[in-house]
Design a protein around this ligand. Sequence first.
Ligand code: ZN
Length: 111
Amino acid sequence: MPDEERPGLPTLITAVWGRLMMEKEYRGAALAALLGHFVAHDECNKEAQRTWSSFLFEAVKDIQSEQRDAQAIPSCSFCGRREPDVRLAAGADAFICDDCVNNLAKFFKSK
Ligand SMILES: [Zn+2]
């Protein structure tokens, strides 16, 4: 592809950021936004820097929201599954599911 037809780095990073956000790969999107910010900084493009800062903010906000959701819904501390896929029992700082209890019971019986 001749150079003049090749998309610029900011265009490529914008496309990558957009795809990662769509796929809910927020950590990758945050890195893409950082890269976009560095490129904009290198080009002394203040407006693009502000845009990339807002893209980074958006990705970080989604990472935080995902973490809050994961903490709000109890899951088995051993296998990570949640109700209704498994039944959960709560401990002091952890949960365990019926499958893991059965597997652990088999493991300890075999010892
Ligand atoms: Zn489990």
